[in-house]
Design a protein around this ligand. Structure first.
Ligand code: TYD
Length: 141
């Protein structure tokens, strides 16, 4: 999505079922997220100071959850940057297609859970920032 902006990306509050034995949060297709979940993956054991991401997707939609610990997600649409600090397992950051993202400041033991709208497809990635700006119509090419 070439026209998407960082303002199309929002934090969604997930269901939280709390009792004295702990908490459960739930994500349901068609209820919690505006896409059908086709793939789930998670980042863990990220070394201190390491960053992840550094790419955009052409079609993929994602919900990113700090299932444990905390990290920052900086979204960039080529014009505006927004940074979200995720540290609540009952919140998810919805990322629409066409947004460049960087994940940084992973706390020790953190788990970044990602729900995705498509199976893994390397051709959906834009990994070069200059190409990304060009894709968004902001480039110099
Ligand atoms: P990548 O999406 O670049 O990771 P990150 O954005 O967290 O830095 O993926 C890293 C590697 O893992 C890449 O070589 C492809 C592989 N990979 C898969 O094979 N399947 C997947 O679903 C994902 C997310 C990554």
């Amino acid at each position: 999505m070439k026209e998407s902006s960082v303002y199309d990306c929002t934090v969604i509050e997930l269901d939280k079922h709390h009792n004295k034995k702990g908490n459960i949060s739930v994500v349901e297709n068609g209820q919690t997220v505006p896409f059908a979940v086709k793939r789930i993956y998670y980042l863990y054991d990220v070394p201190g100071g390491e960053s992840r991401g550094g790419h955009a997707h052409k079609e993929l939609r994602q919900l990113i959850i700090a299932a444990s610990g905390s990290f920052d997600v900086t979204l960039n649409d080529g014009k505006v940057k927004r940074t979200f600090s995720l540290n609540r397992p009952y919140q998810g950051l919805l990322i629409v297609p066409g947004i460049w993202r960087e994940l940084t400041n992973f706390s020790s033991g953190s788990v970044c859970l990602v729900l995705a709208s498509m199976l893994y497809d390397e051709s959906d990635y834009i990994r070069d920032y200059i190409n990304y700006l060009d894709y968004k119509g902001n480039g110099s090419k």
